[in-house]
Design a protein around this ligand. Sequence first.
Ligand code: ARG
Ligand code: ZN
Length: 878
Amino acid sequence: PVVKREDYAAPAFLVDSVDLCFDLDPAKTRVLNKMRLRRNPAVAAQPLRLDGEDLNLARVLVNGEGSSFKLEGKQLVLEKLPEGEEPFELEIFTTCAPAKNSKLMGLYVSQGTFFTQCEAEGFRRITYFLDRPDVMASYQVTLRADKAAYPVLLSNGNLVEQGDLDDGRHYARWVDPHKKPCYLFALVAGQLVAREQRIRSRSGGEHLLQVYVRPGDLDKTEHAMNSLMASIAWDEARFGLPLDLERFMIVATSDFNMGAMENKGLNIFNTKYVLANPATATDADYAGIESVVGHEYFHNWTGNRVTCRDWFQLSLKEGLTVFRDQEFSMDMAGSVSARAVKRIEDVRVLRSAQFPEDAGPMAHPVRPDQYAEINNFYTVTIYEKGSEVVRMQQTLVGREGFARGMKLYFERHDGQAVTCDDFAQAIADANPDSELARLLPQFKRWYSQAGTPRLHASGYFDAEARRYTLTLGQSCPATPGQPSKKAFVIPVALGLLDAQGREIEGSARTVVLSETSQTVVFEGIDAAPVPSILRGFSAPVILEHDSSDAELLTLLAHDSDPFNRWEAGQRLALRRALAAVQSADAVHQPLDAAYLDAMRAILRAPELDAAFKELVLTLPGEGYIAEQLDEVDPQRIHAVREAMREQLAHALQEDWIQAFEAHQDNGAFRPDPVSSGRRALAGLALNMLCLAARENGNPVWPGKALQRFKDAGNMTDRVNALSALVGSGSALAQPALERFHALFKGEELVLDKWFALQAGAPDRGGNILPLVKQLMQHPDFHLRNPNRARSLIFSYCNANPGAFHRVDAAGYRFWSERVLEIDAFNPQVAARLARALDRWKKLAEPYRSAAREAIARVAAKADLSNDVREVVTRALAD
Ligand code: ARG
Ligand code: ZN
């Protein structure tokens, strides 16, 4: 059942208003849905087809009278509706079973509380409806439930009435002042408490902000509330977009398929992105909360006020909103260096997750042309590459020009359901003299063509003419269904350094590459320069440039662009990793003195921030190394990277000691960029020192790590110390793990870390798989809880290649069993896990054949979900 973008047709009916009444009961919830509909005058008359799934239909009334209907597949079809353009009433009464809803789509129960998740197509699991984003209606909602069990009753918009009913029940009535598509509907009912904050926004409006959590979690809501207030202030200041609601609520749940959901005025969040205090959450958790709270809040304009015409346009809201949350985090970070750190982290995600997606069987354009299951398209391509496509538009029109474009976008489309074309058109129209406007149709190939473009660069210095010529070219490999690609518009930020590493004045510029090949000429150059290309990662491409080690060392030491400084270090390391992986010899000391000296210099450089040093001194990941190769032996890559880490650990030992000592005391915990950077560098240093101790058997550093683990004043230091012990295979790791578990018994999110740390540990003699199997039997392991399943199963299958790819294929067998097991109750989570073997065709034997067999085993199951079916079918296609 494939859905195609080209088949889009406007809805035959429009829904003006929806009046929903819920009698909430976990076993059997009754839903009375009264709609006012009318025929869409722009579309030829036809029957009304409403979507529904797992519903029990009890009654259908049209204008108060019984009406004939039929069920075709999952759709409810009404043929004999009033003719003409007059609105009519449609009343549908259904029941559903929230307690049995293990898919966590639609209405479900988590720890005794009702939650909903409607995006993309969950509303049809609540009532029959035109479940598509271009049908926008006004909603009023009545919730009725037992008052003792469900004291808090929430839905979108404003609370207009509440009171008691007979039999210990009560009710609440909510009216949403904004029209919305049904995927933004939400309700929550249960025993919750809220942190509250009243604010007055710049525009003068008064608002009530609430963060709802389970009783006992209130002390973990301060950061989420602060992040929400900062988001509101930022969107007003940067884009002039105010909060348009009297009340804005965030509710946390432990059972959630994804990160969070931007339901109008009632965001529902995975607890992972709400709950934090210094004792339980790491710096990374704090940063994740800030960016996801921002992300969901920013959707209020980019997604909710202007939404998507159809789900092929998903990146219209997701790419744009990721761009906005990335900019928000950068603006919050403040300093140039902290902004660069955030940029590097974002690029790392893009390159380690999106580039492989773009090169594998699930490759799809930022605006896909077809899908079997839309849930499979909430991808790093739609989100992160989509964000890069928006970022390039900002680069091409400038920051102010982009703000102008956003303004025009809202002037044109507020209240509408639109397309990616509409967005790019608005940005271009607001900047008629820009390169974006000039090249718009070509630029939009970023939306239609999948695959990661290659940017080829080569320089030629003519000493006599004092001229440097840089030739830039582009190409893009084929992807499924797209054998050949047309040229992209690629903004290439660049500059030249002289041999001493000083920026050559006037050389910095942004070249807009739109041809297959273009040259850039620099006159008056005295000596062969060092080009710094793709500064700030100005386009989501793979730069192919034969720079010498000497050039890379110059860039690493001197480039004015921090991103390219970091990138030069990564290239130097990657080059060595690839040489060692591809050599026929046993793995032995892949790093040379030049590289180690450069790393030592970075570690010692007084002017560099700790956060930046930590990034430079972290080697490229195993997955990223694998992507550079045509044939991948995951064991060999793992061995090489481990050997590199050990070498770094030994060679820089004195400096690691220095770094640890100098950054270990950071005062009272605050998750700001400076102190989190210091903790990160101290953590890496400790890791390195324990690794070095592994060889020489010196117990001093493992002992110090254990001590730090015990005395740590915050979770970041504690987890870093624990992972130093686990990662170095120290004998002290086991008792520390046991202590950690005892210390955090009731803390779900901390237990997730405990599982993840063990499943992600370096494999020594095949010990991880048996451990993972054993941990599945642990009383705290719950496969049905997505966070817990991810912490153990995904940490092993998706994030620990050295342990997962086993010569005996036992890792793959485990994978196929878990995919099938999870698919039986939660297809969305199963389909994510199914993607662990996306890149099987690149594997060397014996991995390749074994992986193919494992995928075929999954595909052979007759009653697979659509979700998993699509993933394995694509994986096996040639
Ligand atoms: N719109 C949400 C976000 O980006 C993600 C919801 C995805 N839900 C799903 N079932 N695929 O924040
Ligand atoms: Zn989003």
